[in-house]
Design a protein around this ligand. Structure first.
Ligand code: N01
Length: 891
C-alpha cells in the first residue's frame, strides 16, 4: 500500500520518512493528508486492516456516534463537506466507517499507510535526532517526528473477572466485535457493562436473543437520542453560514456551537427548570443536556442534583418494575461527571419479558464458570457473554507501544507511572519530536472529537512547517512548561465535578492505574486560545534545536491565572472598557452600578433587610443578611470595596449572601460615606461609628450578644482593619476577629506587586493612585486611620488576611499579615495563587474563589467560637457528601 515516494535505505533495511503517524482513524487520516500537502514524507502505521480507527473496531449492534453528524465531520475542506451527506442525526458505525473510507479514497490516503502493523517500540536516537520504530510487520521505520494518533478509546480493558477461559460458550468484546457479525437469535446472552457501549447494544441484543441478562455495576445517566433525520433547526444553522458555524464550534466549550446557559438554577422557578429540562430532553442531544439547563449544573453539586433528579424521575417513569427502576437509577456520581449516554429504548428494554437486570452492587460476580456467570448468590447459565467493559482510556493505546524510550532512554511508562504529565496534551518533556493527538491534558474526550482532532493536527503540522522554515529539527517541551500545565489542569478540574466520580476520565476503571482527571476540562475554545498563545509568545515552553547548534528556548508557564480568572480578564479586555478613573467619580459609580446589575444574582439567604444606622456625621444605610437558621446569630460588620469612592451597602451583595450562608452568621453591610464628597477620615470614622451602633443594637437586629466580627474587601478591608485599631484604642466595642480581603494597608506604592500587577488585572496602579488622591491628601496618608500598617498592631483581634497573587495590593496585604503576626496577633494568611483582586468576591463568576471563601468562613466561625467544618454553604458541603457517597460506592 505504501507509496514508492517514501524513501528507503536498502543498506540498513530501515525506512526513512519525515513523519510517522500511528493510527488511521479520524486523526491519522487528516494528518497524513495535511503532512503530504505540506511536502513532508509521511507514513501511517495501523494495526487494523483498513482505515477507521475506533469505527473499524466497534462494530457491536447499535454502535453509533453520540455527537450529531452535522458536527461529527471533517471541516477542513468545504468540497468534502458538500460531497458527503449523512443519512441520520446519529450515524451508525457502518456509515461512519464508509465516510472515513470515502475520505481515504478522495485524498488517496491508503497508499501511505502500512496496515496490519502494530508499532512495538519507539526509541529516540540521540545521535541522529530521530525516532526509530520497530513494528510487528515489516521493516523498522526511522522518522524525524513521531505522532501518536492512536485514539483515546482504542485499547479495550481486560475483563478482570476470574474464569473467563473456563467459559464454554462464545465471548465477545464490544470494542473488538467480529466483522462478520454474530448470530444471537435464540441464545441466552449476558452483557457485562452499562456504559455507552452497553446502553447502545442492550436493546439491539434483546431484540434478537432468547434471553438477555444485563450485569450492571454502576447505573449511568442516559436520555433519549431521538434519532432520525438531522433536526431541521440544526441543519438550518449550519446551512445559513457554514464557515461561521464551524468557526463558532472551534471556539465553543465542547466543539459544538451552542451557547451555554447563563441563568443559575436558583434564579429559575421549579416550573422553569422543568421546562428547560423537557426542552433538552426533546432535543435528544448529549451536549444540549450537559450545557443548556442552568449555569451551575456542571460546577456545583446542588445545581447538578436538580438536573440529575429530573433524569432519575424519567427512568422511574419508564421502567415498570420499581426495584429494577431503582437499580437503574444513578446515585453515586454527579450528572455529567461520568460520560452520560444517549439511549434508544434502553430503559424500556427492561420492561421486556426476555430481559433481566442483575445488580452487581447487591450480588457481585464471583467468577465465570464453564456454563455462565456466578455471582455471590447464584449462577446464571448463558450461551454468550458480551463484555461491554470499556477501555484503558486516553493512555492505553499510547502505552501499548512499549517502550517509548525518550531522551536518556527514559521510558514513557516510567515517566507516567503516577499518571500522565504533558504539555498541552500534545507533547511530553524528555520526549523530543513526539506528539500526541488528543492526548491526556487536552480537551479530547470532553469535546466533539472531530473539532479537537483538526485543531491538534493543524497545530502540529503548522509547527513542523515553521520549524522547517526556521531550520529547526527538534522540538521539546520544557519541564517548567509541563509542570505549569499540570497545575493548570488541576486548577481546571477543581472547577468541575469530574473529580467526584470513578470513571475512565480519571483512570478509575482500570485496577492499579494512577488516578486523576486526564482530559483538559477548561474547554475547547479556551484551549485553542492557549495553544495559539504558546505560538504568539515565541513557542513559550518549548526548546527548539537546529543541526547547526542553533537553539531557541522561551521557557515559562502559559497559564498562571486560575482558569476562570483568565476567562473573566479576557472578557474584560475584549470589552475594551475605558479606565474607571477617566470617568470621574459619578461616571465611575454609574458604571460600577451597571456592571453589578449584570452579574448573577446572589443566592437566597434567610432574609435581606435594609435599614439606617448612625454614622459619624449622620445616618448611613445598611443591608442585613440573615441566615435561614434560627437565631440569634453572631454578627459580622462588613465594609464593601470601591476605593473609598465607589460602591455602597449593596454592591458586594453576592459576597455577603455567600458568606452569610457559609458562616451561618448575620452580615451587616455598611453604606459608609464616600470621597471625594467626604474625604479622609470620613470612611474610617463611619466604620467605627457603625460598629458602635451595631454593638448597641445587636439584640434588636437578631444578633447574638457578645463581641462582633468585622470584615471588608479592598478599601473595605482597610476600613475593617482601621476599625479594629480604633475599637482597641477607644475602649470598644469588643471584636472577636477580623477578616481582611485584599485590604489596602499602606500609602506607599513601591512594593513589587504595584509594578508586577500594575495593569492587566482590572484593579490597576493608576486606579489606585486616583482612589488615594480622591480620598486622602498626601499629608494625611501616613495616619494609621488610612495606613493601618503604620499603626500599633499589638492587642488587635485575631485576623484572617487574604491576598491575591495578581493584585497590586498583594504585597501590602502580605506585609500587614506579617506585621500582625510579629505583633503577636494570631493570623491566618491565605495567599491565593492565580487570583486577582476581585477573585474572592466575584461569587459564581470566579468559581475557584470558593475555596478561599470556605477558609474565610471557617476562620470567622472559629473567631466566633462556633464549630468549623460544618455549614460551609450548600456547594462544598454537598460536594463532601458526594465524595463520601463515591467512596462508599467504591468500597
Ligand atoms: O465503556 P465504559 P464503554 N465487572 O467504561 C462496567 C465512548 N463510546 O465502552 O461503571 C463489572 O463507559 C463498568 O462499570 P463501572 C464514550 O465516550 C461512545 O461503554 O466501572 N462491570 C461500566 O458500566 C464512552 O463513555 C459511543 O462500575 C464492569 C462498563 O463496564 C466510552 O466510549 C459508544 C467491569 C464500561 O463502560 C466508553 O464506553 C460507545 C467489571 N470487571 C462508547 N469492568 C458513542 O455513542 C467494567 N465494567 C459514540
Amino acid at each position: 500500500m505504501l507509496d514508492a515516494s517514501v524513501s528507503q535505505t536498502s543498506e540498513s533495511d530501515v525506512q526513512q520518512v519525515d513523519v510517522v503517524v500511528v493510527g488511521a482513524g479520524f486523526a491519522g487520516l487528516y494528518l497524513i493528508h495535511r503532512l503530504r500537502k505540506a511536502g513532508f514524507t509521511a507514513m501511517g502505521l495501523e494495526s487494523a486492516s483498513d482505515v477507521g480507527g475506533t469505527w473499524y473496531w466497534n462494530r457491536y449492534p447499535g454502535a453509533r456516534c453520540d455527537i450529531q453528524t452535522t458536527d461529527y465531520s471533517y471541516t477542513f475542506d468545504p468540497e468534502l463537506e458538500s460531497a458527503w451527506k449523512w443519512s441520520e442525526k446519529y450515524a451508525t458505525q457502518p456509515e461512519i466507517l464508509r465516510y472515513l473510507g470515502f475520505v481515504a479514497d478522495r485524498y488517496d490516503l491508503r497508499r501511505d499507510i502500512r496496515f496490519g502493523t502494530q508499532v512495538e517500540a519507539a526509541t529516540w536516537d540521540e545521535a541522529a535526532q530521530r525516532w526509530l520504530l520497530t513494528t510487528g510487520n515489516g521493516t523498522p521505520v526511522s522518522c524525524r517526528y513521531y505522532i501518536m494518533a492512536s485514539g483515546c478509546l482504542s485499547s479495550p480493558k481486560p475483563p478482570e473477572i476470574a474464569g473467563v477461559d473456563d467459559f464454554k460458550g462464545e465471548i465477545y468484546f464490544t470494542g473488538r466485535w467480529p466483522h462478520e457479525g454474530v448470530e444471537l437469535a435464540g441464545k441466552r446472552v449476558a452483557i457485562i457493562g452499562t456504559g455507552s457501549s452497553g446502553i447502545q447494544a442492550t436493546p439491539m441484543i434483546a431484540d434478537q436473543a432468547a434471553h438477555l441478562t444485563v450485569f450492571q455495576r454502576t447505573p449511568n445517566f442516559a436520555y433519549p437520542a431521538h434519532n432520525g433525520p438531522s433536526p431541521a433547526d440544526r441543519v438550518a444553522m449550519l446551512e445559513k453560514d457554514r464557515n461561521d458555524y464551524r468557526e463558532q464550534a472551534r471556539w465553543s466549550l465542547v466543539g459544538v456551537p451552542l451557547p451555554r446557559a447563563t441563568d443559575f438554577s436558583w434564579q429559575l422557578t421549579e416550573a422553569e427548570r422543568r421546562e428547560r429540562f423537557e426542552k433538552a430532553l426533546a432535543a435528544g442531544d448529549l451536549v444540549v443536556m450537559l450545557t443548556q439547563l442552568w449555569a451551575d449544573q456542571g460546577v456545583d453539586a446542588e445545581g447538578n442534583a436538580l438536573a440529575a433528579d429530573l433524569i432519575r424521575e424519567r427512568i422511574r417513569s419508564i421502567v415498570k418494575d420499581p426495584g429494577t427502576a431503582e437499580a437503574l437509577t444513578p446515585r453515586d456520581h454527579p450528572f455529567g461527571s461520568k460520560r452520560p449516554c444517549l439511549e434508544t429504548n434502553y430503559f424500556a428494554t427492561y420492561n421486556r419479558a426476555n430481559v433481566t437486570l442483575v445488580n452487581l452492587r447487591q450480588e457481585p460476580i464471583e467468577r465465570i464458570t464453564g456454563s455462565g456467570i456466578k455471582t455471590d448468590r447464584r449462577t446464571i447459565d448463558v450461551d454468550v457473554i458480551v463484555f461491554a467493559t470499556g477501555f484503558d482510556a486516553m493512555t492505553g493505546a499510547i502505552m501499548a507501544v512499549h517502550p517509548i524510550a525518550g531522551r536518556g532512554g527514559k521510558s514513557l511508562s516510567d515517566v507516567w507511572a503516577n499518571g500522565p504529565r504533558t504539555y498541552l496534551g500534545l507533547t511530553v518533556a524528555g520526549f523530543p519530536n513526539l506528539f500526541m493527538i488528543t492526548g491526556p491534558g487536552s480537551p479530547s474526550v470532553l469535546s466533539n472529537m472531530s473539532v479537537s482532532i483538526e485543531q491538534h493536527a493543524d497545530w502540529v503540522v503548522d509547527r513542523l512547517i515553521e520549524m522547517r522554515q526556521a531550520g529547526f529539527t527538534t522540538i521539546e517541551a520544557t519541564e517548567t512548561a509541563q509542570a505549569g500545565w499540570t497545575r493548570h489542569m488541576a486548577d481546571c478540574s477543581a472547577l468541575t465535578l469530574h473529580r467526584l466520580a470513578n470513571t475512565w476520565y480519571t483512570g478509575a476503571n482500570v485496577p492499579g492505574k494512577a488516578q486523576g482527571v486526564m482530559p483538559y476540562t477548561g474547554g475547547v475554545g479556551p484551549y485553542r486560545t492557549i495553544c495559539n498563545d504558546v505560538v504568539s509568545r515565541g513557542m513559550l515552553g518549548f526548546k527548539l534545536n537546529a543541526p547547526n547548534g542553533a537553539e531557541q528556548c522561551n521557557d515559562g508557564e502559559i497559564v498562571r491565572l486560575q482558569p476562570d480568572v483568565r476567562l473573566v480578564l479576557n472578557m474584560l479586555a475584549d470589552m475594551n472598557l475605558p479606565p474607571l478613573e477617566s470617568l470621574g467619580a459619578q461616571g465611575a459609580r454609574a458604571f460600577v452600578g451597571e456592571f453589578n446589575a449584570s452579574r448573577p444574582a446572589g443566592r437566597p439567604v434567610g432574609e435581606v433587610v435594609g435599614g439606617s444606622l448612625s454614622g459619624a456625621d449622620g445616618p448611613l444605610p445598611y443591608r442585613l443578611y440573615r441566615p435561614a437558621t434560627p437565631g440569634p446569630h453572631p454578627m459580622v460588620v462588613y465594609f464593601h470595596g470601591g476605593g473609598w469612592v465607589l460602591g455602597d451597602e449593596q454592591s458586594d451583595d453576592p459576597f455577603c449572601r455567600d458568606m452569610c450562608r457559609r458562616t451561618g452568621m448575620i452580615f451587616l453591610s455598611v453604606g459608609y460615606r464616600h470621597a471625594p464628597e467626604h474625604r479622609f477620615p470620613a470612611a474610617a470614622e463611619d466604620g467605627y461609628a457603625a460598629l458602635r451602633w451595631i454593638a448597641e443594637h445587636a439584640a434588636e437586629l437578631g444578633g447574638r450578644p457578645g463581641p462582633l466580627l468585622v470584615a471588608g474587601w479592598s478599601a473595605g478591608g482597610n476600613i475593617a482593619a482601621v476599625t479594629c485599631q480604633l475599637a482597641r484604642d477607644r475602649g470598644g466595642p469588643e471584636i472577636a476577629g477580623q477578616l481582611l480581603v485584599c485590604p489596602v494597608t499602606d500609602c506607599t506604592f513601591d512594593r513589587p506587586s504595584y509594578s508586577d500587577n500594575a495593569t492587566g488585572y482590572f484593579l490597576t496602579r493608576s486606579l489606585m493612585y486616583w482612589f488615594w488622591d480622591l480620598y486622602c491628601s498626601p499629608a494625611d496618608r501616613t495616619d494609621p486611620r488610612v495606613s493601618p500598617l503604620r499603626g500599633k498592631l499589638e492587642g488587635l483581634p485575631p485576623a484572617f488576611v487574604a491576598t491575591c497573587e495578581f493584585d497590586p495590593l498583594r504585597d501590602e496585604g502580605n506585609a500587614y499579615a506579617e506585621a500582625l503576626t510579629a505583633a503577636g496577633v494570631p493570623v491566618e494568611h491565605l495567599q491565593a495563587r492565580g487570583h486577582f483582586h476581585s477573585s474572592l468576591t466575584m461569587v459564581d463568576v470566579v468559581i475557584t474563589g470558593a475555596n478561599g471563601r470556605i477558609q474565610m468562613a471557617k476562620a470567622l466561625r472559629r473567631f466566633a467560637g462556633l464549630e468549623t467544618g460544618q455549614d460551609d454553604g450548600g456547594v462544598i458541603q454537598s460536594r463532601k457528601v458526594l465524595s463520601a457517597e463515591v467512596s462508599a460506592a467504591a468500597e
